[in-house]
Design a protein around this ligand. Structure first.
Ligand code: CO
Length: 463
């Protein structure tokens, strides 16, 4: 049996361990080796890379992608996209989503992994359609979560509907690292039995389950698993590539990657990892195992947010109450997966309910928007009483929220005028206006200086 690997060191591992601060110049020298190693794909773009390039690295994200493409002609380049939210947490109109997808493919992307935080497939269908139209592969990703209503049947149903939508593969996406080996095995088997497409498993090592779960994924017939080269693996990142290659080869799996190539790649990234440890960018704690998520059934990131929030208000003694309130709020909201932005929404509301001493005495504007249908359809039934209390006489939107939005690409392009040098610039601006503006300004200044023959440099803060 054959199994393939997606390497995440350039995107998810980079994002999970060092807040996506690895600059293009740092990893450029290893790109040709990554390209030749025999990976199924390199996850290298989307997620937080785009924001980080503009905000912290003074890099044009589109240019980064084109450069990677040039150095990696033979391996598929992959990105992560939040469906109708693109790279953020709000919905964009369809013209923007289509243009973003089209330009991503034009600039070098082969596979777009597309998900919606609520698994509301109406929020991924436009991105999927445009990806396929542009000749790239659309991988439909199912957000894995645990709740009384999330079961095998529900996930299989999502996978079947994705296949009907025309996706090229289906990915089980466990962003919190909470899927167990048994659940992984059963889920992969059930999905494989019901659809004909390749099945991919993505998880994190956060709780320590990751390695076991990917092993079980392989045994259940998964076609691709996501891993990170070992020095950038573990903890909040993915399980280690070499370890799984070694173990699965020994078990008789046919794998295109060879240990020598992986050794060279790992040796290259080690000094980058060591530098990040030294300057504090990488906190060793995030590379260790944290099993709290298994006990509290909330993702690690959400738990630390709750603790920080309660500490700031001098209410840390209320933590146990808040942790009891959290599943109740989640139930009221129809069991949304606990991923951004829903995890924050549920956590903050639970804390508010406890601190004010009255449930839903104050309701955040995010929860209001959620109940109004602005994020999509809840997986389960929302509490009708709460809905009525919050919305009053306003009817919730039952259609697709993006249908209520006016097209904005051409309008924004006109407004930006000379500031935007390309359609890609316009998209950068639409996705991250403040960051893009600053990036454009700095770029203009640099070009001006170059013309005048003067030098400009920035002093990088170290430590
Ligand atoms: Co991930």
């Amino acid at each position: 049996m054959k199994i393939q690997f997606t390497e995440t060191v350039l995107r998810d591992a980079n994002q999970s361990l060092i807040a996506t601060r690895m600059g293009y110049n740092e990893f450029e020298p290893i790109l040709e080796d990554l390209d030749k190693a025999g990976y199924y794909s390199l996850e290298c773009w989307g997620g937080a890379t785009f924001d980080s390039c503009l905000r912290y690295l003074n890099e044009d994200p589109w240019e980064r992608l084109r450069k990677i493409r040039k150095k990696c002609p033979d391996t598929k380049l992959q990105m992560l996209l939040r469906g109708q939210n693109l790279l953020g947490y709000k919905h964009y109109p369809d013209d923007v989503v289509r243009m973003f997808v089209k330009k991503s493919v034009e600039n070098g992307i082969d596979i777009i992994r597309i998900f919606d935080a609520l698994n509301d497939l109406r929020n991924i269908e436009v991105a999927v359609d445009e990806t396929l139209k542009n000749g790239a592969m659309a991988s439909g990703a199912i957000c894995f979560t645990k709740s009384p209503i999330h079961n095998l049947e529900m996930y299989v149903d999502i996978a079947v509907r994705m296949e009907k939508m025309g996706v090229s593969s289906v990915c089980i996406k466990d962003m919190a690292g909470i899927i167990s080996p048994r659940e992984t095995y059963e889920l992969v088997r059930a999905i494989k039995e019901n659809i004909k497409l390749p099945v991919i498993v993505h998880t994190h090592s956060t709780t320590g389950l990751g390695l076991m779960s990917l092993m079980k994924a392989a045994e259940a017939g998964a076609d691709v698993i996501d891993t990170a080269i070992s020095c950038f693996s573990g903890g909040t990142s993915q399980p280690p590539t070499e370890t799984l290659v070694y173990a699965l080869k020994e078990q008789g799996f046919e794998i295109d990657l060879d240990m020598d190539a992986l050794k060279k790649i790992n040796d290259f990234f080690k000094p980058i990892r060591n530098k990040a440890l030294k300057n504090g960018l990488l906190n060793p704690v995030v590379m260790t195992t944290d099993t709290d998520a298994l006990k509290y059934q909330v993702p690690g990131g959400m738990l630390s947010n709750l603790v920080a929030q309660l500490t700031a208000q001098g209410k840390l003694d209320k933590l146990d109450e808040v942790l009891l309130e959290t599943p109740r709020v989640r139930e009221d909201l129809g069991y949304p997966p606990l991923v951004t932005p829903m995890s924050q929404m549920v956590g903050v509301q639970a804390a508010t309910n406890v601190i004010t001493g009255e449930r839903y005495k104050t309701v955040s504007k995010e929860v209001k928007a959620y109940l109004h249908g602005e994020y999509g359809k809840a997986p389960g039934e929302v509490n009708k009483e709460l809905e009525k209390k919050v919305l009053g006489d306003t009817e919730p939107i039952t259609g697709r929220f993006a249908d209520t939005l006016e097209p904005m690409f051409e309008k924004t392009k006109k407004e930006l005028g000379e500031t935007a040098k390309s359609d890609e610039d316009v998209l950068s601006y639409i996705a991250f206006p403040a960051q893009a503006e600053k990036f454009f300004r700095d770029r203009d200044k640099k070009n001006e200086n170059r013309k005048n023959g003067t030098f400009s440099y920035t002093i990088e803060r170290v430590g």
